[in-house]
Design a protein around this ligand. Structure first.
Ligand code: ADP
Length: 323
């Protein structure tokens, strides 16, 4: 293996830079040339790229976002687009591609590899943790810490004013962020798409809490919650609890930014090394991940076609401690 490409695609996540750095430095270590493509697949189609040496990735391990920038590229969804991308990869003599992104990006990578016989390796980078085959995705831990920090601040004002806060967090169709952060902030209710909750249950719990002396409450709502968003939940609750001082806070894109945590930097570095080693071993169409503390691989096909399950035990724990 003499030359590989690397790109970040789809939604950005803190720790993607650490992954790029790791891929580049692992290549340097093994004498492999690396080309970094800008703005995901768009950069491959437009041949917007440059050679990355060890120094090109200096001072990025601590930075959020991605130095290669990310993009959504409609053209790559077409066979013609992927043909253009493949032609550019060939022209540069690239023998394998590392794609850092989410399941959409892996779907594109998988198609490219199947159609044109170019090896691809995926590294899961998304704050949502919604990828099958890994216990953690790069960016999840940072997002959790950002959410916990933000909700702690909201809690300070919630307790001072006897308020009930509905706080909406990211996660697309899954509730990993809401569930884990909800436990960490001591939320009264955690509403996630994996679990169907009725409004009645939420209201009963809030009332019971108040009867038991609770003076303020935090309800964490995952953006994918099927009952509705945080604003809707708050309005519905107000109809049943008119004397409550109810507020809504949608945390939004602040959850995607910030310096990656130690855990995300270490994870990204491990997966970057693993991805290059997979290409060196002649493997393709796998995603590198981490399971039970060890680096592992899973077929890209499984990573994109299966959904990771929420930890039922965690939900049980959340229920026990949210009296
Ligand atoms: P994520 O990787 O975070 O899930 P997207 O779903 O937006 O983000 O996917 C990122 C990019 O991957 C898309 O803009 C597109 O270029 C490519 N992609 C996604 N789905 C497909 C698909 N079905 N076929 C080909 N390319 C795809």
């Amino acid at each position: 293996l003499k030359h590989i490409g690397v790109l970040t695609s789809g939604g950005d996540a803190p720790g993607m830079n650490a992954a790029i750095r790791s891929v580049v430095r692992t290549c340097t270590h093994h004498g492999i040339e690396v080309t970094g493509f800008y703005e995901g697949y768009q950069g491959v189609i437009d041949d917007n790229a440059e050679t990355l040496d060890a120094r090109a990735v200096a001072h990025i391990i601590n930075r959020g976002g991605t130095m290669l920038r990310s993009a959504r590229c409609a053209e790559f969804r077409t066979r013609e687009g992927r043909q253009k991308a493949y032609d550019n990869l060939k022209k540069r003599g690239i023998e394998g591609l590392v794609v850092i992104g989410g399941d959409g990006s892996f779907t594109g990578a998988s198609l490219l590899s199947d159609e044109f016989d170019i090896p691809v390796i995926g590294i899961p980078g998304t704050i949502d943790n919604d990828i099958y085959g890994t216990d953690f995705t790069i960016g999840f831990d940072t997002a959790l810490n950002t959410v916990v920090d933000a909700v702690d601040r909201i809690r300070d004002t919630a307790t001072s004013h006897n308020r009930l806060f509905f706080i909406e967090v990211m996660g697309r169709d899954s509730g990993f962020i809401a569930l884990n952060a909800g436990i960490a902030v001591g939320a009264t209710n955690i509403l996630i798409p994996e679990e169907s909750t009725e409004l009645d249950e939420v209201i009963t719990k809030l009332k019971t809490g108040r009867e038991n002396g609770k003076t303020s409450s935090i309800v964490l709502v995952a953006e994918g919650e099927k009952m509705g968003d945080a604003l809707f939940m708050a309005e519905e609750t107000k109809k049943h609890l008119p004397d409550y001082d109810i507020r809504v806070s949608v945390l939004g894109h602040m959850q995607r930014g910030g310096n990656p945590t130690c855990a995300d930097r270490v994870l990204a570095t491990r997966l970057g090394v693993a991805a290059v080693e997979q290409l060196m071993a002649g493997h393709s169409s796998v995603m590198c991940g981490v399971r039970n503390g060890s680096v592992c691989t899973v077929s890209i096909h499984d990573a994109i076609s299966r959904k990771p399950g929420i930890d039922r035990n965690l939900m049980h724990i959340a229920e026990i401690v949210s009296l």
